[in-house]
Design a protein around this ligand. Structure first.
Ligand SMILES: *Cc1c(COP(=O)(O)O)cnc(C)c1O
Ligand SMILES: [Zn+2]
Length: 405
């Protein structure tokens, strides 16, 4: 594998160990390329299936099981916590709430540190260790930090996390502390924390934000695992929350590769759902100027997606173009309502994840999604990631009930 520019018009290609994350020619983000890899689809699907019966840690991981599409490492190089292998769960009350006969949730919150970030981190920390990195760093709204801290601890690498002060769920900060990360509090929001980290340019730090193309590779495997779970019969829609847009970009890249390698013969439409107060991609698409329309002061109860200037916006637009997808935004009220319905299905998730159900409900009402379409919502974080918001919602409800009683 080598690195290439994610802008197809640029065509720049670079060696895999190139130090920066953006293209020296045009400035767009880089991505890894598997250069027209054409496996035998039937053999490969059988191999992936067989690996589920193996006890080799690389075969057991829901990421490394698909290693034919990942950068190559020897098995003793791989840093894994048994990530992936997350279930696909049918939505009952949620299906009725959205007006759908076939709604399923893929719950990435059931990963080792409680969010999908683990899927990318296993690859990026493996790469960091292979490069001999001594310190890994990230700016984070909480989940990236928790995940990086855990995988860095496994790899014996120091972890430094840049966190926007007072804007994170305490549960996520607690995880970073537990896994031994050094915390740098930044006065400001996520975008400012990311800018501060990159401007410091500490030469010893290797950055593990989703601009790191190795993270995208690991996150790609969500689509591989999903397609396997539906017996390679793709759903009509895959719906994902959008923050910094790394995950949406990874899904787009995965669907392109799966389709080019003839592992799927149809591409699901990707729907990205943002919070209304952090809807940069919605605004960007509406303006159509080819420039990012950033949100200067992002504000939403879904802290994981409270990001005003998503770095992977161009890659996400490529993903939407390729899949004939769509992006929309939902209000905090819609998010919290959807979140409580997901809870009533016995599933649970953090607020950012619930944008999916709120978005699906809206697209059902506008008719863009049909009643019998097969829809998969990607839940990104575990219910215990943000217990405060649950207690707050319910105490407000109880207070309101008392007043009316
Ligand atoms: C990181 C995160 C997101 C946003 O993902 P992006 O790749 O930044 O778009 C959404 N939900 C949760 C729970 C997250 O941790
Ligand atoms: Zn370029």
């Amino acid at each position: 594998m080598q690195l290439q520019c994610s802008n197809q018009h640029c065509g720049e290609s670079l060696p895999r160990d190139f130090a920066a994350f953006d293209c020296p020619k045009c400035g767009d983000l880089l991505e890894l390329s598997c250069n027209g890899f054409q496996p035998d689809p039937i053999e490969l699907k059988a191999l992936w299936r067989d690996r589920r019966l193996s006890n080799d840690p690389a075969d057991r991981s829901g990421v490394w099981r698909f290693r034919e599409f990942l950068p190559d490492y020897s098995s003793d190089q791989i840093v894994s916590l048994g990530e992936g292998n997350t279930p696909l769960i049918a939505g009952h009350k949620t299906g009725a709430f959205a007006g759908l006969s076939n709604l399923q949730f893929k719950h990435l919150g059931w990963n080792p540190t409680g969010s999908f970030k683990d899927l990318g981190m296993t690859v990026a920390v493996t790469e960091a260790r292979a490069r001999g990195v001594k310190v890994v760093a990230c700016a984070s709204t909480g989940n990236t930090a928790a995940s990086m801290a855990a995988y860095a601890a496994r790899a014996g690498i120091a972890a430094r996390v840049y966190l926007p002060k007072g804007r994170l769920s305490p549960a996520k900060v607690a995880q970073s502390l537990d896994y031994g990360a050094e915390i740098v509090e930044v006065d400001g929001n996520f975008d400012q924390a990311l800018a501060m980290m990159t401007e410091r340019k500490s030469s010893s730090e290797y950055f593990l934000n989703s601009i790191n193309p190795f993270r995208v590779e690991g996150q790609k495997t969500t689509m591989f695992e999903l397609m396997e779970q539906v017996d390679w019969n793709p759903p009509d829609f895959v719906v994902v929350p959008g923050g910094n847009l790394g995950n949406s970009s990874a899904f787009g890249k995965a669907l392109r590769e799966l389709s080019e390698a003839r592992l799927i013969d149809r591409v699901p439409r990707l729907v990205i759902v943002q919070a209304r107060g952090a809807n940069a991609l919605v605004k960007t698409l509406a303006a159509g100027s080819g420039q990012l329309e950033a949100v200067v002061e992002p504000k939403t109860c879904a802290s994981a997606i409270s990001i005003g200037a998503p770095r992977s916006w161009r890659k996400a637009l490529t993903a939407l173009n390729f899949t004939k997808g769509n992006v929309l935004d939902v209000s905090d009220e819609e998010i919290l309502e959807a979140k409580s319905v997901i809870g009533l299905d016995g599933i649970g998730c953090e607020p950012a994840s619930a944008t999916t159900l709120a978005g699906i409900r809206r697209l059902r009402r506008t008719g863009e999604i049909g009643e019998h379409d097969r829809v998969v919502a990607i839940l990104t974080g575990h219910v215990l990631k943000d217990p405060d918001i649950i207690l707050k919602t319910h105490s407000e409800r109880m207070a309101a009930a008392e007043v009316s009683a």
